[in-house]
Design a protein. Structure first.
Length: 73
């Protein structure tokens, strides 16, 4: 099966990545990631009132990466 066909039939991953790990993966300080997240509307707060944390889906990480790198030529 071709890779493109296989990817088209697979369900999109819905797991989340916390802010600390997302910042590491994107090579950014957490404060900068939070600022970009707030400006772009990507990511969401999750957890209880006493333990809120920012999380991102893999799709949101991909979009953040595109924002950070800019348009490709």
């Amino acid at each position: 099966m071709k890779l493109q066909s296989r990817l088209a039939t697979e369900e999109v991953r819905r797991e989340v990545v916390d802010e600390r790990r997302a910042a590491y993966l994107l090579g950014l300080p957490q404060a900068q990631l939070r600022e970009i997240s707030e400006m772009s509307g990507l990511g969401r707060m999750e957890g209880s009132a006493s333990a809120l944390r920012m999380v991102f889906t893999y799709e949101e990480l991909h979009k953040l990466c595109q924002i950070i790198v800019g348009p490709s030529s």
